[in-house]
Design a protein around this ligand. Sequence first.
Ligand SMILES: Nc1ncnc2c1ncn2[C@@H]1O[C@H](COP(=O)(O)OP(=O)(O)O)[C@@H](O)[C@H]1O
Ligand SMILES: O=C(CO)[C@@H](O)[C@@H](O)COP(=O)(O)O
Length: 556
Amino acid sequence: MTYVIGLDYGTDSVRALLVKAENGEIVATSVFTYPRWEKGLFCDPAKNQFRQHPLDHLEGLENTIAEVVRESGIAKSQIKGICVDTTGSSPMAVDQNGESLAFSEGFQENPNAMMVLWKDHTAIKEAAEITELSRTWGGEDFTKYSGGIYSSEWFWSKILSIHRKDKGVANATFSWMEHCDYITGVLTGIDPVNLKRSRCAAGHKALWHQDWDGLPPESFLSQLDSSLAGLRKNLFAKSYASNEVAGKISKHWALKLGLSEDTLVAVGTIDAHAGAVGAGIVEHSLVKVIGTSTCDILVAATDEIGKNLIKGICGQVDGSVLPGCTGLEAGQAGFGDVLAWFSKLLLTPSIQLIQSTDFLDTHTKENLIQEMKDGMLINLSEEASKLSMEDCKLVSLDWINGRRSPDVDESLEGAVMGLNMGTSSAHIFRSLVESLCFGSKCIIDRFEEEGLRIDEVIAIGGVANKSHLVMQTMADVLGRTIKITASTQTPALGAAMYAAVAAGVFENMEMAIKAMGAGFCQVYIPNLALKKDYQEKYQQYRLLGEVSHEFKHRNN
Ligand SMILES: Nc1ncnc2c1ncn2[C@@H]1O[C@H](COP(=O)(O)OP(=O)(O)O)[C@@H](O)[C@H]1O
Ligand SMILES: O=C(CO)[C@@H](O)[C@@H](O)COP(=O)(O)O
């Protein structure tokens, strides 16, 4: 028997899955929540600054993999491969050895030396500059395969912003690495220049394309800012799909994790793309990864897409999901996060009141607060489910964390329209859920307007697995059947599939998906009786979007 490991770094935690390669059976799992991130260290939500200390990730690496290896009791010689997926674009400044700058003297407490998480929106201005220069500099428009607008969530915006505001970090940085490349580099011990970097991250986030021989040229980057001059040579020229081997695990990490020194490490990838593979993506299926945010992944034959440029999405990249196919990504910058925000809004004053009361002892207070935290989303969902279409007159905008797709604009904000004295928390919650589903419909509409066919919709992720209300509303709003994957660890399973192909267990990804896929556990069928009402409300949502866009940009 052969075993492989998929390691999935999410926003809050990392999980390892030890899988029997021949049939995808899960033998052991382990989850590690990032301790520093959990405490909110190095972040400033009011400024949209979200940083993670690499120690959270390295402790997670050690804890999860060592645990699955130990718990499974599998002989280390049978564990043939590992593949790492992470959030993205989540880049980090590194030294010549690929070590994070956050481990260097003088930078240990500096958030700019840490990983800049995907949802950090501190580089909106820089993103706009990159788009502008790309369109006007007289050469290639490097954003053309990235939907035509560069995002503040991506590689170059974040680098440019930090190089400008923190000269100390800029001067001490040798290279920048996406999180999935950093962890792959740590595991293999390969330095940043020689490491096989992820095609998925390079193409969707860093403007890498074979048409211009890789990253944008030095002339463009130094025109953007002199602080970027000379960086390109320390980055990468080529990029690789995740069914390829990056290298063998280093002696140091093999020993630490209880693995054989022959274990192969595949090229890293981004979580949503690994999730699409884990969900069994085929040409023309749309996999919606619905968690904190959403990523909508579609694949189509590269020959079929040809030179067609899809406007307003997060990139079209040959081989970012499956070799031989173009992977297309779109998404919503906040999804579960929007519902979590509303839940927190309701919880915060109640928790403060409980904490300040003299009538309860500390233990009772803690239990009560925990119960409220655990139950709030469930209660809101139950109450919102009881409302009829007649009861739901509010129209909301889901752009609380900005708009990712279509047509990225992170400066946009959320809205709730139609409040009156009878509005309850359930009404607002239901309206937020509807707005999130309308946001999803905008993405599907854009793909179709741009000539892409969508034959089926598959959903994975925390919200897809946990919220009946959200998923039924989504099916009703989209007017499409939605299949939910049986695996609750789909990105890690997808990473394990890449590892199995890289380690030579299967010849290609199609064979790995067929053998290792977990199938579906639930299907949401649209209620056609609601079609007309939702079509009307969708038009109201679009109108509110236009008004809000106008309001924001006129007042800026
Ligand atoms: N019952 C629920 N209804 C709606 N959303 C939920 C529910 N439970 C959890 N969520 C949301 O799920 C999101 C986490 O999704 P998950 O896929 O587990 O994480 P990640 O996106 O970080 O990988 C959170 O934003 C949370 O608000
Ligand atoms: O943006 C991407 C991928 O491009 C994701 O990594 C990002 O949305 C994070 O997703 P999760 O919160 O891990 O579901």
